[in-house]
Design a protein around this ligand. Sequence first.
Ligand SMILES: Cc1cc2nc3c(=O)[nH]c(=O)nc-3n(C[C@H](O)[C@H](O)[C@H](O)COP(=O)(O)O)c2cc1C
Length: 336
Amino acid sequence: MAAIYPPLKLGPLQLDGCVALAPMSGVTDVVMRKIARRFGASMVVSEMVASHQLVYGDAEAQLRAEGSGIDPHIVQLAGCQPHWMAEAARLSEASGASVIDINMGCPAKKVIGGEAGSALMRDLDHATQLIQAVLDAVSIPVTVKMRLGWDDHNRNAPELAQRAEQAGVAAVTVHGRTRNQFYKGKADWAAIRAVTDAVSIPVIVNGDCLSLSDARDMLSQSGGQGVMIGRAATGQPWLAGFIAQGLAGSDHPRFPSVEERKEAALEHYEGLLSLYGHKMGIRHARKHLAGYAEHHANPLHFSDEERLRLLTSLDPAEVRHLLIALFETSAEKVAA
Ligand SMILES: Cc1cc2nc3c(=O)[nH]c(=O)nc-3n(C[C@H](O)[C@H](O)[C@H](O)COP(=O)(O)O)c2cc1C
């Protein structure tokens, strides 16, 4: 019999399952998070928000931290100065955040340049100070997202997780790659066992989860308590919810019907146009439309030209029409 995994608890906060939608800059805005949560993702995390920008009242940072209608609302903060991180955490709590997640995993040079993201894994004393400052600033649970370490010679995620736990962090997420791997190779789920052995707080396992069977392998290889899904959710905002049902023990997890998926994709597109405005919304929508096409285009009925028009059209009416055609001609729908 397949193992059953209980819902996660982040400190006092009881979640309804153990599968998270990952924070992804430029992807997991409030529109996508709302849809993923409605389809049963146990938790959804905002795009990373630069702490000093949020404190300055920068409009883009505020949009990234937006979470109205999402419960629990988890804001991911990035930064390297305890003062800004604490201030941003305080502001987020005051604006309704239920959890603060600290980014210690981002490999991007722009972020590293400021010694934030995974660069914090090179100086655990500094990382611990930052964590402590955030914990002291808020009364909501705080979590930390990290990689295995900076490189193969410095796989210090177990030590960082231990320090985080001692400080009072409620859970950690570990992406099974080092910073120097960026996204190369395959995530090493078994290597995360060194973290789960080192702490008693929940460990959420991340990297390359594509399916329920991957999620089961991730948890059995790592000994983790939860799974986080990133890239595979683009074009499938229902994936985390589907996997959550399976890990909770459902023999027949329910996958949304083609009709439900079509409605969600249309809602997603409309939501992006209204969140970002027409021009920016069209640009933001492209990666999502590409994701929906990747998972649903039936080569017999949806041509490469239609796909190209779907991704490049500046006319929302045409995009809606093509999106409907995409789902109406998907192999599953045609076969039904
Ligand atoms: C486009 C993109 C943006 C990302 N942005 C963030 C971010 O803002 N914060 C963060 O902690 N991780 C970020 N990540 C990393 C993901 O959260 C996740 O750790 C990584 O993609 C591995 O998981 P996956 O294989 O399921 O995608 C990003 C990843 C991608 C592909």
